[in-house]
Design a binder for this molecule. Structure first.
Ligand SMILES: *Cc1c(COP(=O)(O)O)cnc(C)c1O
Length: 399
């Protein structure tokens, strides 16, 4: 016999709340935290007037990102979507190409492909990572792809398949080694959507540094924020220089003349945003420590909960636990939306994952493989409060 819905929901609520600070009544999914030198750095921008295209913080922020991630080059831009747009362009994605990506992602990944006039091709995810499934991708390519003079072509649509864009979902690293092998086998370019995974490592190497490019986001809900912002990571010096050039209107250096050598983008990050970013990166280790504490508490607590599983970091990875995730077990998954209402009624602002891309009207006619796992993850998972501030004054602080 299954338990009454309300007693199941109460137990899940109790498990979540046992990990959260006692003194609060409302818990948002992920809040930004400004407890470092943000004010000081922003004040300096305002006092000196360097708020926009010139100033020291953009350079400083880029060097800090390079140091932290180990990427040879980091280029700060206006947001993660713009970063992805430029990476796809520089990877040679052209009008009419196809780009393989998970159906389970934020819309930015698919939109950036559309900006290039290319077509997203949706592939299923694995349960362990919630990210792109190497096996499913390999099977799909074996079924539809043909190599023609070193290019991968979709035999069914006739379009060239140019790139693979995995996402490190909710901060958990995807199985990148296998994806690298598949990309080699089919002459595909790997671009990592690491928008959610600053501070996440796969076999001790930072996510976003495996592919030709990696993309970071510093939106307000991400682990580190600049208000809005993003970055391009690459280990290729020349591509890094080119990325900087075409995100800054392709202006040639000159004391007073406006000389631009190609059609380019105004995607550069303003100095004032980079100032916030510098202060945020200084606190990243603390954020990560607090988030890991919170995740460990959730994991312990959900080990004793019969209705839901906590999603732990995949093996051989270190996750930033950007968004903590629980997966409702059968037969409780079908109550997911009622559970979300119940949690909101009780101050826990939990959220479902995104709608799968193929469910959105702009993308429903795009090519796609079987998406069984993605559909299950999407229907049974709930993201629970995950901000770094939640572990600060909680029980674990005294442990
Ligand atoms: C946040 C995010 C992006 C980029 O978003 P912006 O708001 O443009 O910075 C891209 N992909 C994923 C998976 C994201 O979560």
């Amino acid at each position: 016999m299954t338990k009454s819905q309300d007693s199941v929901f109460s137990e899940i609520l109790g498990t979540i709340k046992s990990c959260l600070p006692l003194e609060s009544e409302e818990f948002n999914l992920h809040e930004p935290l400004f407890c470092g030198r943000e004010w000081e750095y922003v004040k300096e921008c305002l006092d000196t007037g360097w708020v926009s295209s010139v100033g020291k913080y953009v350079d400083k922020f880029e060097r800090m990102l390079e140091d932290y991630t180990g990427s040879r080059k980091a280029i700060a831009v206006v947001n993660g979507t713009a970063a992805m747009h430029v990476c796809l362009k520089l990877a040679g994605v052209e009008v009419g190409d196809e780009v393989m990506m998970p159906a389970l992602t934020f819309i930015a990944t698919a939109n950036a492909v559309s900006y290039c006039g290319a077509v997203p091709h949706f592939i299923d995810s694995d349960f362990a990572t919630m990210g792109l499934s190497p096996n499913k991708l390999d099977d799909r390519l074996r079924e539809i792809a043909r190599i023609e003079s070193n290019q991968c072509v979709n035999r069914i649509t006739g379009r060239r398949i140019k790139a693979v864009v995995p996402v490190h979902t909710f901060g958990h690293p995807v199985e990148i080694d296998s994806l690298i092998d598949i990309c080699k086998k089919y002459s595909l370019t790997l671009i990592e959507d690491a928008a959610e995974s600053l501070g996440s490592f796969y076999k001790n190497k930072h996510t976003g540094t495996f592919g030709l490019f990696g993309v970071l986001s510093f939106n307000g809900n991400k682990i580190v924020t600049t208000g809005g912002g993003g970055a391009i990571l690459t280990n290729d010096e020349d591509l890094g220089k080119l990325a900087k050039h075409i995100t800054t209107t392709a202006k040639l250096p000159h004391r007073w003349a406006f000389v631009h050598d190609r059609v380019a983008f105004n995607y550069r990050m303003p100095n004032i945003n980079a100032a916030i970013g510098c202060a945020q990166i200084e606190q990243l280790p603390v954020f990560l420590g607090n988030k890991r504490n919170l995740a460990e508490k959730y994991k312990k607590a959900f080990d004793r909960n019969k209705y839901a599983l906590f999603a732990s970091e995949p093996s051989e990875t270190r996750s930033n636990y950007w968004l903590n995730t629980i997966k409702l077990l059968e037969p409780y998954a079908k109550m997911r939306d009622h559970l979300l209402d119940f949690l909101h009624d009780h101050g826990v602002k939990a959220r479902p994952p995104w709608q799968l891309m193929n469910m959105l009207q702009m993308y429903r006619d795009c090519p796609r493989d079987d998406l069984t796992n993605s559909e299950l993850i999407c229907a049974s998972c709930v993201n629970i409060p995950s901000g770094a501030e939640l572990a600060k004054n909680s029980q674990i602080a005294g442990e």
